[in-house]
Design a protein around this ligand. Sequence first.
Ligand code: FE
Ligand code: FE
Ligand code: ZN
Length: 293
Amino acid sequence: MLLIGSHVGFKKDTQLLGSLNEALSYNANTFMFYTGAPQNTMRYKINSDLTNSALKVMEEKNIDYSKVIVHAPYIINLGNADNIEKYQFAINFLKSEIDRCEELGIKNLVLHPGSHVGCGIEEGIKNISNGLNKILGHTNVTILLETMAGKGSEVGSKLEEIKQIIDQVEDKEHIGVCLDTCHLSDAGYDIVNFDKFLEDFDSLIGLEKIKCVHVNDSKNEKSSHKDRHENIGFGHIGFPTLINIIYNKKLENVPKILETPYVDKQFAPYKYEIAMIRNKAFDDKLLEKIRLQ
Ligand code: FE
Ligand code: FE
Ligand code: ZN
């Protein structure tokens, strides 16, 4: 069965139950959320009543909670340790994020590996794996390293870099990968030939490490290193390639998460994009329909 959803909000007063209800309103059967605003580290105390109510609804609706994803805020940077206080803050915050995941019963946490900010790629990789080694080892949560577009000094736009991080992580059982289609294309990977990409991924890292796929079109051409997401079918990757990835048999049990932009910055596209993906037919009038919702 296709596991499809989007990123959804997580609000102080409704928490997991609110996130779930938002996902259900899009006819999604999985979802991803940030435990607070993605761009800051302000976080609320988890309300277990709300968690338990959400778990009950998920059971009724047959939603596999073990596939639901949390995304760490993107300001956490493990890639540079020149400022030891900043580096330590990133490690501590990630630890607290793991604690929140455990409290919520979440199994998989997506993390942008980080940016080396001038210290060089090798040093960056070392900083990231050292940081991860301080966090993993005593948790059931798996950290999923997201493949990046290669903007600025981002680490992880090459699969070899992801592999090097994994190689240096001690607790191999709790490290995985999240593919992002926009990032892969922006990084220069040929995802038109997705079976070939998966073959290469399998021989380098191992397919079983892929626990999440972010499905996004891209505003820019292959190898642009820009990281600007576009609505499904309206960018340079295009609908047939994205459908081919979404329905790939080898990733059948992996949740597919949309992180496409709101239309006119105000209308959530997910209900419409999910319907279009289920129909497997591109609707070039989709954005107009979303504006009229
Ligand atoms: Fe991300
Ligand atoms: Fe992503
Ligand atoms: Zn992105």
